[in-house]
Design a protein around this ligand. Structure first.
Ligand code: ZN
Length: 233
């Protein structure tokens, strides 16, 4: 079975997953820039209008470069690991400088980084909307009730366990029949690389979970460094 073609999707043909407008393009969730080459063959794809598809691409580039710089503790090309980020920062001096300016030494004498929160939020909410469309075959175009992003190592033991296990809570609402979440709840595993409640898009680079618990909660882990939690009531 090809998980990219489920019958629930028929109603979504031509509908943008982000704004509900008419779509003319397809969008990878997550975008390619957040994954390494070669891309996995099963990157989720949703329908999107050109505006939503392209509208976040600069923020996605910033986000990917910022995150990699924080992990490396530097914007120096030779210290970065991800090839796409190295290429982008070596030809985009303005972006590299902008990220460098975000670094500061905090009160404890440690190197810290101040993200452009609105840009990170744009990216994270778009990712969550894409995962919801793909997993639940529903659309969520209202503003989320909660958006959190944090380094995983910064949350304490119990919070970390809760975060890792939150996705495994049995859904109180059955997902849309025919949706991918429905198949997962039935025990079908359309992805060979699904680990427990998390869907691993690319090992050590990107995993996510979508859970319905009255509202909808999306959790994302990027580069096993950044945790994101986005909730709709
Ligand atoms: Zn759109």
């Amino acid at each position: 079975m090809n998980p990219q073609h489920l019958f629930a999707d028929e109603r979504f043909l031509g509908v943008c997953a982000y704004c509900g407008g008419s779509s003319g393009t397809r969008d990878h969730v997550p975008p390619r820039f957040l994954l390494d080459d070669p891309l996995p063959s099963n990157v989720p794809i949703v329908f999107a209008c050109a505006k939503c598809n392209q509208g976040a691409s600069l923020d996605e580039e910033y986000f990917g470069c910022f995150l990699e710089s924080v992990i490396a503790g530097s914007t120096r090309i030779e210290l970065l690991r991800r090839e796409k980020v190295k290429k982008t920062l070596s030809r985009n001096d303005r972006l590299a400088e902008r990220i460098r300016q975000a670094a500061f030494v905090d009160a404890n004498g440690e190197l810290s980084w101040r993200p452009e929160a609105n840009r990170v939020q744009n990216v994270v909410v778009k990712l969550a909307r894409g995962h919801i469309a793909y997993e639940l075959s529903t659309m969520q175009n209202e503003d989320p009730a909660k958006v959190l992003f944090f380094p995983l190592h910064a949350i304490s033991g119990v919070d970390r366990v809760n975060f890792e296990n939150a996705a495994s809570g049995q859904s109180r609402r059955w997902p849309e029949i025919g949706s991918r979440a429905f198949l997962r709840a039935c025990g079908a595993r359309p992805f060979a690389d699904q680990q427990g409640p998390w869907v691993s898009v690319q090992p050590s680079r990107y995993r996510y979970s979508v859970d319905q618990h009255g509202g909808i909660r999306v959790q994302i882990v990027i580069s096993e460094y950044l945790g994101c939690l986005i909730e709709w009531n």
